[in-house]
Design a protein. Structure first.
Length: 528
């Protein structure tokens, strides 16, 4: 049995190159069906087409001559097809006796292949077991193979990736896409500026995002196109107009007006922006690396959290840090990102329900910049401090979530409070009312936020080195402890009042600068 090229991993994973014949076939397929096709549908169609092409080419070659079988006899001038040699065609030029003491007498045919000058020899009238000694007209060589569906299940992901690249780079063709669907530009409905103005007015009046199906009803297009083609045309046109923004998910498109979105959902707040700092991770101690994973900062390299599951989760608790407390956001770490909807759009609008009052709030999942915006008022109304444990839960609605905190009896607790004294960030212990569970090492209050912000702006604008920030903050924290020690998590929490920075660069300085000394259990002292 001869193995077809399209039955091999090498063909699909290594040697496959999408050519113009493939694009022409897919073009005709979309034209015939008249509706948008997903990339998976096109990939499957392409793989089926490639299999058909190879089989048709083989059958055409087999029609030019007899398939070579060692046991058959041949005549001079006869045409023979050699399946084991990519179905090459040859002509018998001579026949002579063959000899091998292990076998009965047989013949040797001399053949010349098309395009070759030399002569090759093959056994004939060889009546012994051989893989090519099969019955039939040659079509049986195409039997016992994986179907295109089976090939797609095995190699589809490789082909899909290459096809997408080829479609994106294709010129002179009419392929266009919206999300995972592809269509032909010439088949699209005519969506003009008047239609877009009507869509804008509808969204303005509605005040909430609308699915394209609802907008389509408002537009009342005069066309005989199938609804899927109309929806594709509308989505494609809306995407090309800066007034509109898809704030849904890949499975649930929702259009909204960009001017109605909060600025914090479009541009990441400065408090969350981190400029990567060079540092040597190999110098960080195992103890601090564990604390880094425990803190779970969204600006930490994603590979650090590779142990977290990728599948969706339903409940998660995170520790509120100062930057997110100030701008009313939730960090989108790899673990928390698994809780929220996935989307290739820039942002997704969600509903957040207060777990205590039931009040609904509008939230924005900003995928690229790794945060969820919309909790500023909630943090303030419930007096949620920096370091508090905040709980997020999914609901049956994939775009609705419940936010809560771990309650405890309200009482006044001694906590660190950040304040500005003579143009310098200091800390002092003050009693503050707290009614939720919190991390004692990261909890923090603040006095006169406007003054703290002015100091933060000055630190950002001068691009003060992170080591300098640590050396300023550390003594102020150390004076709050009788032993003069500062825990690494506390230092991280305090540094982020002045400068946005994940734990890695901070912990690297602790481990590499001679002025810092480890005291065990995450505590450090500073000398000099």
């Amino acid at each position: 049995m001869i193995r077809l090229k399209t039955q091999t991993a090498e063909y699909w994973q290594e040697s496959l190159a999408i050519d113009d014949q493939d694009l022409e076939h897919l073009y005709g397929l979309i034209l015939e069906r008249g509706v948008p096709q997903t990339l998976d549908q096109l990939t499957q169609a392409l793989m089926e087409w490639r299999c058909q092409r190879e089989e048709a080419a083989i059958k055409a070659k087999l029609e030019k001559g007899e398939p070579y079988r060692p046991r058959d006899s041949y005549e001079t001038g006869q045409k023979i097809v050699f399946p084991a040699l990519d179905y090459a065609l040859a002509t018998v030029t001579g026949i002579r006796p063959g000899y091998n003491p292990q076998y009965e007498p047989f013949k040797v045919i001399q053949v010349r292949f098309e395009g070759e000058e030399g002569i090759r020899e093959f056994a004939a009238e060889f009546n012994h077991p051989h893989t090519l000694n099969v019955e039939g007209d040659g079509s049986e060589l195409l039997a016992d193979r994986l179907s295109p569906d089976e090939l797609y299940a095995t190699y589809g992901s490789w082909v899909r990736r290459r096809l997408e690249e080829r479609l994106q780079a294709s010129t002179g063709w009419e392929f266009v896409n919206f999300g995972d669907e592809w269509f032909l530009k010439g088949l699209m409905a005519d969506i003009h500026v008047g239609h877009l103005n009507i869509a804008e007015a509808a969204l303005d009046v509605n005040g909430d995002p609308m699915p394209p199906e609802e907008l389509l009803k408002v537009l009342d297009l005069s066309t005989d196109l199938a609804q899927s083609a109309q929806l594709f045309s509308l989505n494609y046109a809306l995407r090309g107009d800066d007034r509109f923004d898809d704030v849904g998910t890949d499975d649930n498109i929702l259009w909204f007006l960009r001017r109605l979105e909060p600025p914090e959902a479009i541009h990441p707040p400065r408090r969350l922006q981190y400029t990567p700092q060079p540092y040597n991770r190999e110098k960080i101690s195992a103890e601090l690396l564990e604390l880094e994973r425990e803190i779970e900062d969204e600006a930490t390299e994603p590979a650090i959290f590779s142990l977290y599951p990728q599948q969706p989760i339903y409940t998660a608790i995170f520790t509120l840090t100062y930057p997110h407390y100030r701008v009313g956001t939730i960090p989108l770490t790899p673990r928390l990102a698994a809780l929220f909807p996935r989307s290739s759009t820039q942002r997704t609008r969600i509903t957040i329900i207060d777990g205590r009052s039931g009040q609904k709030m509008t939230g924005w999942v900003v995928h690229q910049h790794k945060y969820v915006y919309g909790l500023d008022k909630w943090y303030k109304e419930h007096d949620i401090p920096v370091g508090a444990y905040v709980k997020i839960e999914r609901t049956k609605d994939p775009l609705t979530f419940i936010i809560n905190y771990e309650p405890r009896r309200m009482k006044r607790e001694w906590i660190r409070v950040a304040k500005v004294v003579e143009g310098k960030l200091t800390f002092e212990m003050q009693k503050r009312p707290i009614g939720c569970q919190y991390d004692e090492l990261m909890v923090m209050g603040e006095d006169k936020p406007v003054e703290v912000d002015s100091l933060w702006v000055a630190s950002e604008e001068t691009e003060k080195p992170i080591l300098e920030v640590i050396r300023e903050v550390f003594p102020e924290l150390a004076k709050l402890s009788p032993q003069g020690t500062v825990h690494a998590k506390t230092l991280y929490s305090a540094v982020n009042v002045l400068r946005r920075c994940p734990p890695g660069p901070i912990f690297a300085e602790l481990c590499t600068q001679d002025c810092f000394n480890p005291m065990g259990s995450g505590y450090w002292t500073m000398t000099g």
